[in-house]
Design a protein around this ligand. Structure first.
Ligand code: FAD
Length: 450
């Protein structure tokens, strides 16, 4: 286990210097999460003489990348049968294969660069809880067949073939290739790999604005960075930057982790170490095991806004963990936390350039599923900057902004109600009223015992 970098462990202090004074570089990257650091790393791998500087408001991995649950898997945007209807078969197939390529890119990168992040290859099992969800899974199987996707990428698993701990579910869809990893460790390792190539990272350097011109000037409280290209890799935090693409809604999601499980408990969950379990549904729980035998649980609550690291409903995470197996009936949580994801109305990311400025690049909108996508987006942005990526390839999210979203107080209230509704609809979370004792984790976003 990579230990101290996991989201439930003590968050390291920022150690890299702030930006001071006026400086010049070729590419200024805003945001030291997986998107920004992957962009910087790939740029320097392709063109070692470039001067690349990352400006981070807080510290490396302070955002979603340091708080993720570590499920690396394919899929992007709507379900396959919806994608077929919306985009047509050719694009729906290309979109899915792109997401498979994104996973493979991360697997290759981790192996090639020896990034220590507890990578455990396997699959991903999405399970249906009732007849309606099982029908949805059959439609997905049908769509995968129509698109000609290989069976090791999307496989229907009937009830009798589900793992023992999951035999109460109606059916499953197994997705591959996939893996689990410690995303905080991956992010920090990527920062280190970039620094070995000459990358400069300034922490505690919040970008206040981007002045566009012949060259762009990125302005922080302590300094200015003049750059040929600027990459906005701020994920759900784009609201305060006018240059960031519009149509991106910041939403906080939550997760938690148990203490190390006993040998008996782990035996009851045999198979979960290689294949996380994801219940069907927007806010439904999902589970994975860490390499040191803890259960990570995600889901259960959605809240509007990017800021705030406390899990508001840790009781829902605990209820879900206890419902997973009778062996977990007395389990507690060691920590619970929240982090921001960037949501778009059509469920698709946003990758590209500002509509009036081809030198101002962005990537965001991974809709909570961005572990593979963010890293792959970084590689893509690097190719766009070096000129290797020349033309459109039919992906529906190469665009200047996401579809319009209403804004203002009334719109916010509607979104709040909708997010509450989604969480309430997802059993077992909806009925959860468990008071949780969270046994003190040093992470600053750990929920205090209630
Ligand atoms: C609880 C949780 C669980 C998740 N689990 C999974 C999962 O299992 N699988 C999966 O695929 N995805 C998961 N995700 C989503 C995934 O973590 C994200 O899609 C991905 O990490 C986004 O990376 P990023 O670099 O775009 O954004 P971030 O990691 O959020 O990085 C953005 C960075 O920009 C910085 N920043 C913002 N504004 C400024 C500014 N003005 N100036 C300078 N810096 C700025 C922030 O401090 C931050 O460090 C999860 C997310 C959360 C929150």
């Amino acid at each position: 286990m990579t230990g101290h970098l996991a989201p439930w462990a003590a968050s390291p202090e920022a150690t890299r210097p702030r930006l001071r004074g006026r400086q010049r570089c070729d590419v200024a990257v805003v945001g030291a999460g997986l998107t920004g650091l992957s962009t910087a790393f790939e740029l320097l791998s392709a063109a070692p003489r470039l001067r690349v500087v990352v400006l981070e408001a807080d510290r490396v991995a302070a955002g979603a990348s340091g708080r993720g649950t570590g499920l690396l898997g394919p899929r992007v945007g709507p379900a396959l049968h919806v994608a077929r209807r919306r985009f047509g078969d050719e694009t729906a197939r290309a979109v899915h294969l792109w997401s498979v390529a994104a996973v493979r890119h991360v697997l290759d990168l981790v192996e090639r660069e020896r990034l220590a992040c507890d990578l455990t290859p396997g699959g991903q099992l999405v399970v249906a809880r009732d007849e309606r969800e099982a029908e949805h899974q059959l439609r997905e199987r049908e769509a995968a067949l129509m698109l000609g996707l290989p069976p090791d990428q999307v496989e229907f698993v009937g009830q009798g073939r589900l793992p023992r701990y999951a035999d109460r579910y109606r059916s499953g869809l197994r997705y591959g290739p996939a893996a689990t990893l410690d995303p905080a460790a991956l992010t920090e390792q990527l920062a280190g790999a970039g620094e070995r190539l000459g990358l400069v990272i300034h922490e505690n350097s919040r970008v206040r604005r981007v002045r566009r011109g012949l060259l762009s000037t990125v302005v922080t409280d302590g300094g200015e960075l003049i750059a040929d290209h600027v990459v906005l890799a701020v994920n759900a935090y784009g609201g305060s930057l006018r240059a960031a693409p519009s149509g991106v809604l910041p939403v906080r999601v939550q997760a938690g982790v148990t203490p190390k499980l006993s040998g008996e408990q782990l035996a009851e969950l045999a198979g979960l170490d290689a294949e996380p379990l994801i219940e069907h549904g927007e806010v439904a729980p999902y589970f994975r095991l860490t390499t040191d035998g803890r259960l990570v649980i995600g889901g259960g609550a959605l809240e509007r806004g990017a800021h705030g690291a406390l899990a508001r409903h840790p009781g829902r995470l605990l209820t879900a963990a206890r419902a997973l197996s009778p062996a977990l009936a007395g389990i507690s949580l060691d920590a619970a936390w929240a982090g921001p994801v960037a949501v778009t109305r059509d469920g698709l990311p946003v990758l590209g350039e500002h509509r009036d400025d081809p030198w101002l690049h962005h990537a965001t909108g991974c809709n909570g599923h961005g572990l593979a996508i963010s890293v792959y987006h970084g590689a893509r942005l690097a190719r766009r900057i070096t000129g290797e990526d020349t033309g459109p390839d039919g992906l529906p999210w190469l665009r200047a902004r996401a579809p319009w979203l209403p804004r203002g107080r009334v719109a916010d209230r509607v979104v709040d109600r909708y997010l509450e509704h989604l969480a309430a609809a997802d059993a077992p979370f909806g009925s959860a009223r468990t008071a949780v004792a969270v046994s003190g984790s040093p992470a600053p976003w750990t929920e205090t015992p209630s």
